[in-house]
Write a protein that binds this ligand. Structure first.
Ligand SMILES: [Zn+2]
Length: 198
C-alpha cells in the first residue's frame, strides 16, 4: 500500500507550533504532489517559500498567529504551480534529513542489520521517491545513533493503520499485540480473514 495516502497538503490558514513544523508539512505536500520548493526568505518567525523551478508562481508564507506567541499560520499565496517540470533535485524534500528520519522511522525498525538498500526500497515503494545510497546510509546511521526511542513514536501510528486497513478491506480484522518480552519494542499485527470473497 502506498504511504502517499498518509500525506496530505496543509490547508491555507492552518496553524503550526513553529516554522519548522510548518516546513515539515510543506515537505509532505512536496512529496505528495512531486514538486520542490526553496526558502526565499526566513527571519524572526517570518518566512516565504517559493517553487524551486524558476518563474513558477507557487508561493506560500508563514504568518504570526495573533496573541499566541510562537504559533505560525500557513498563508498560501499561490497554491497552483505554473511550472511544467517539477522536482529540482537540489531541493527535493525526500532528501532532507528531517523528512527522511521522520518517515523512515515510521516504516522501518532500523537496526544494525538494516541495509541502506532497504531504506532506498522503502522510499521507492511507499512514496515513489528515489534517494541515493549515501543518503540512505546517513539516515540509517542517524536512526541507529538516535536510539530506538526516537523510532518508538512510529508505533503510535499502528492504531491508525489498523483503522484504515479495516475500513478499506471489509472482512479483515486486525489485532495489535505488544511483545512484553522485548519491552514493548515490537508490535505484531495479526490479520484474520473473517470473510473470503473470491
Ligand atoms: Zn512550481
Amino acid at each position: 500500500m502506498s504511504s502517499l495516502d498518509t500525506l496530505r497538503p496543509p490547508l491555507d490558514g492552518e496553524e503550526f507550533l513553529d516554522v519548522d513544523a510548518l516546513v515539515d508539512a510543506l515537505d509532505d505536500w512536496a512529496v505528495l504532489e512531486k514538486f520542490s520548493f526553496r526558502t526565499h526568505k526566513r527571519e524572526k518567525g517570518k518566512a516565504i517559500w517559493i517553487c524551486a523551478e524558476e518563474n513558477c508562481r507557487w508561493r506560500v508564507r508563514a504568518g504570526a498567529v495573533d496573541k499566541e506567541e510562537g504559533l505560525v499560520r500557513l498563508v498560501v499565496v499561490v497554491g497552483e504551480h505554473s511550472c511544467f517540470s517539477r522536482g529540482v533535485r537540489k531541493f527535493s524534500s525526500s532528501s532532507k534529513k528531517s523528512w527522511l528520519d521522520r518517515v523512515v522511522s515510521r516504516h522501518l525498525n532500523v537496526t544494525k542489520k538494516t541495509s541502506p538498500k532497504e531504506i532506498v526500497d522503502c522510499l521507492r515503494v511507499c512514496y515513489g521517491e528515489t534517494i541515493d545510497y549515501k543518503r540512505a546510509q546517513e539516515c540509517r546511521l542517524r536512526l541507529l545513533d538516535g536510539n530506538i526511542g526516537k523510532q518508538r513514536h512510529s508505533f503510535q501510528l499502528l492504531p491508525a493503520y489498523k483503522e484504515l486497513l479495516e475500513r478499506v478491506a471489509p472482512g479483515v480484522h486486525v489485532d495489535l499485540v505488544r511483545d512484553q518480552h522485548r519491552k514493548s519494542l515490537y508490535c505484531f499485527i495479526f490479520i484474520i480473514l473473517t470473510t473470503l470473497h473470491i
